[in-house]
Design a protein around this ligand. Structure first.
Ligand SMILES: *[C@@H]1O[C@H](CO)[C@@H](O)[C@H](O)[C@H]1NC(C)=O
Ligand SMILES: *[C@@H]1O[C@H](CO)[C@@H](O)[C@H](O)[C@H]1NC(C)=O
Length: 295
């Protein structure tokens, strides 16, 4: 994987937070152990109980039944679950769904399934409902999107460790390098971070915006990846926070977090997106897997 080494084109400020990410990624067990011990006495590691939730709904305007579509002979939801199983920071993984067919399929390959109501408006709500229905308490929930079946499990571990290492943050997420050709695509969400790796802003527009009005080939622009993790106490109030002006204008859920003054930790990773949003993406991903000899 995954967590980037600073490239020569990075500014010194972006180096600082990338390095911080690296430190968390590599030496995290030792570092967090010490930190938790110092700050919390003899009690366990900070935010130690972690659950990964894969929200999976059947209805989708663009791609009904998407979680069950077969990718090289295996349902997409199973591929997602198998990847999640490879993460080392998750104590438990559950599929949250409103659909009996999806539930049955998931139980068939051995997944833990929580039924959620059809009224959940989005993945965040579904995660929240599933979390309330779990018999155990967790400190962190990772929202694992089911439409990125080839995601690197190290990214999950990276955002979990980032949230464990940043007590002042309630939310963590990942970014990767933005390809220049995606600079003006509003479906590619850009992000800017401060020198400690906390999110400053997310936008569908290109940020930062060069004075020339063009993409600056030297600037390390960041693309937001969908995966996110939350402090579970925060997740309980998150849905109740009223929509905020910037969130509504950009139609970006995560802006509500920032506009309410909460902090969000961001890690930078190497990742090539292979999202499945529409039926035609299935063929693309299968071709990619053939090329890489993935099965
Ligand atoms: C804008 O981008 C150019 C390269 O395209 C770069 O030389 C310049 O430093 C950037 N910033 C400003 C303020 O022009
Ligand atoms: C997702 O659900 C939350 C409530 O849990 C709501 O505040 C938010 O507006 C919803 N976002 C979208 C994109 O529907």
């Amino acid at each position: 994987m995954a967590i980037d080494t600073p490239s020569s084109s990075s500014s010194s400020s972006s180096k600082a937070w990338v390095l911080q990410g690296l430190a968390f990624g590599a030496a995290v067990a030792v570092a967090l152990g010490t930190r938790a011990y110092l700050s919390l006495g003899r009690s366990a590691k900070f935010r130690s109980r972690v659950v990964g939730i894969i929200p999976a709904r059947f209805a989708s305007s663009r791609f009904p039944g998407k979680p069950l579509v077969h990718i090289l002979g295996k349902p997409m939801i199973q591929r997602t679950w198998e990847r999640a199983k490879m993460a080392t920071t998750l104590d438990r993984i559950v599929v949250a769904t409103d659909d009996e067919k999806i539930a049955e399929c998931c139980r068939g390959f051995g997944a833990d399934v929580i039924m959620t109501s059809e009224s959940c408006r989005n993945g965040t709500e579904r995660c929240n409902e599933a979390l309330q229905k779990l018999d155990k308490k967790y400190d962190i929930v990772v929202n694992i999107q089911g439409d990125e079946p080839l995601f690197e499990p190290e990214i999950v571990d990276g955002i979990v460790k980032a949230l464990q290492g940043a007590p002042d943050a309630v939310f963590s997420t990942a970014v990767t390098s933005l390809k220049p050709e995606d600079a003006f695509d509003p479906n590619r969400v850009k992000c800017v971070v401060d020198t400690s790796g906390y999110a400053i802003y997310f936008s569908r527009g290109l940020i930062p915006y060069n004075k020339s009005g063009k993409v600056n080939p030297q600037f390390p622009y960041l693309l937001h990846l969908g995966i996110q993790s939350y402090d579970t106490k925060f997740l309980r109030i998150y849905p109740e926070l009223l929509p905020t002006p910037l969130q509504l204008e950009e139609d970006l859920e995560q802006l509500k977090v920032l506009e309410n003054g909460y902090k969000m930790k961001v890690i930078k990773v190497d990742h090539e997106a292979h999202g499945v949003d529409a039926p035609e993406d299935v063929e693309k991903i299968e071709r990619f897997m053939h090329e890489r000899n993935l099965s």
